[in-house]
Design a protein around this ligand. Structure first.
Ligand code: GUN
Ligand code: ZN
Length: 430
């Protein structure tokens, strides 16, 4: 066992934060949390356990990035007139480079290191359509120890040669990759149709068959991000009630399916998400950068739909959960300004924002009680935060009143300088 003493943040079942000014986190040899709570209450019981003390620091759950594209590391900050030109001009040319396993391996290890620098210990990420891109990232995940969920992108139409795959082979490759990687250590596989406009009916049907055969595998895709994309989906599926219902028609909405964006939704779409147990990955920096629109947090909460926060790098502009949480706050506050009078501006509390990037995102993945929290039984992935990391933050935190104020100061003023250490679950050698 090992114990860590510092301030301690974790989440209650009702999603509120539990915060101990002087806390103790006790981790077992299996890498899981044994106890978490006030130092005063736990100290006697764990007095024999070797401990580390970090005065002035905060131990918090490692962040969960619910949707990111590891092959888009070199696409960040590429301007375009919206999603579809951005894909054509910047994204597909970069992704084509992943046919080279050496390039994929280099980017994969950069990516896992970058996530760690930003305190992210679990990520669900797209690879490219190349099998080698999945192998490279899974291998990097074995080295880094993070929980990595990824999959080969399925995209057999309406995209350029170099990233386009072949229907039958793409499904054979997917099944072979599931068998090779899913459940190996902390790695997981996600069946990954890029989005309906880039996948033939045969490819979507085949993906759904695999999703039914391997029920613990995840599904990830994109939906209702951008007006032109939605018009395109409508043109391809004129009789579908909505873009989301296209996926449902193929059998691709289920628990452990995560759809990025979900911006331009009707209440019927939100209800369908809830009924199927599907989750939305909310990507505010990407949505602001590409001018896609504003996720409706109030309507999502009202519908009881699962959702969590995500960077969506390289449409997203940062790996930093602090930047993503702040952008989510802006988006929620700005919703009423979009001209859509149905949208309601809401104020997301700092605790809610933080939960949505940790325990809430884990719940969206079906990994509640496994990652994203530091309650007993959880895998001990954690960050050590330094709330004095910059002069302005130190000054602001010195007059923080209570946990919300402290968390908000870090959300607004923080970045990777606040992440003093990221520790992924360690299993003691037997
Ligand atoms: N829709 C289809 N592909 C992508 C992608 O790579 N990024 C984003 N933001 N949306 C997409
Ligand atoms: Zn995406």
């Amino acid at each position: 066992m090992q114990a860590y003493r510092a301030s301690l943040l974790r989440f209650n079942e009702d999603t509120t934060a539990a915060f101990d000014e002087d806390g103790l986190l006790v981790v077992g040899d299996d890498g899981k949390v044994v106890a978490a709570g006030p130092y005063g209450a736990l100290q006697a019981q764990y007095a024999q356990v070797g401990s580390q003390h970090w005065p002035g620091r905060i131990i918090a759950p490692g962040f969960v990035d619910l949707h990111v594209h590891y092959p888009q590391v070199d696409v960040i900050g590429s301007a375009a007139d919206g999603l579809l030109p951005w894909l054509e001009q910047h994204t597909f040319p970069q992704e084509a480079r992943f046919s080279d396993p050496a390039h994929a391996a280099q980017v994969a290890s950069f990516f896992t290191a970058e996530l760690l620098r930003h305190g992210v210990t679990t990520a669900m990420t797209f690879a490219t359509s190349h099998v080698s891109s999945v192998n490279a990232l899974m291998e990097a995940g074995q080295v880094s120890g993070q929980r990595i969920i990824t999959g080969k992108c399925l995209q057999d139409r309406n995209c350029p040669e170099g990233v386009r795959d072949a229907t039958e082979q793409s499904l054979l490759d997917t099944e072979a990759l599931i068998q090779r990687w899913h459940g190996k250590g902390r790695l997981g596989y996600a069946i990954t149709p890029r989005f309906a406009p880039a996948c033939s009916d045969a490819q979507l049907s085949g993906a759904a068959l695999l999703a039914a055969k391997y029920s613990s595998v995840w599904i990830q895709s994109h939906v209702a991000e951008n007006d032109d994309e939605i018009a395109w989906a409508k043109q391809l599926y004129p009789s579908a009630p909505s873009y989301l219902s296209v996926y449902d028609g193929f059998g691709l909405l289920r628990e452990r399916s995560v759809y990025a964006h979900c911006i331009h939704f009707s209440d019927a779409d939100r209800l369908l998400m809830r009924q199927r147990g599907a989750a939305a990955a909310v990507c505010p920096t990407s949505n602001l950068f590409l001018g896609s629109g504003y996720f409706d947090f109030a309507a999502a909460a009202h519908a009881g739909m699962l959702y969590g926060l995500a960077s969506d790098v390289g449409g997203g502009t940062s790996f930093s959960p602090f930047k993503t949480m702040l952008a989510a706050y802006y988006v929620a506050r700005s919703s009423a300004l979009t001209g859509n009078t149905a949208k309601q501006a809401i104020t997301l509390s700092p605790q809610q924002l933080w939960w949505q990037h940790t325990a809430g995102a884990a719940q969206a993945l079906g990994l509640q009680g496994v990652v994203g929290n530091l309650q007993p039984g959880c895998e001990a992935d954690f960050v050590v935060l330094n709330p004095q990391a910059t002069p302005l933050l130190a000054r602001r935190v010195a007059r923080a009143q209570g946990v919300d104020d402290l968390l908000f100061a870090m959300i607004v003023l923080g970045d990777e300088r606040v992440i003093e250490r990221t520790q992924v679950m360690r299993v003691a050698a037997s």
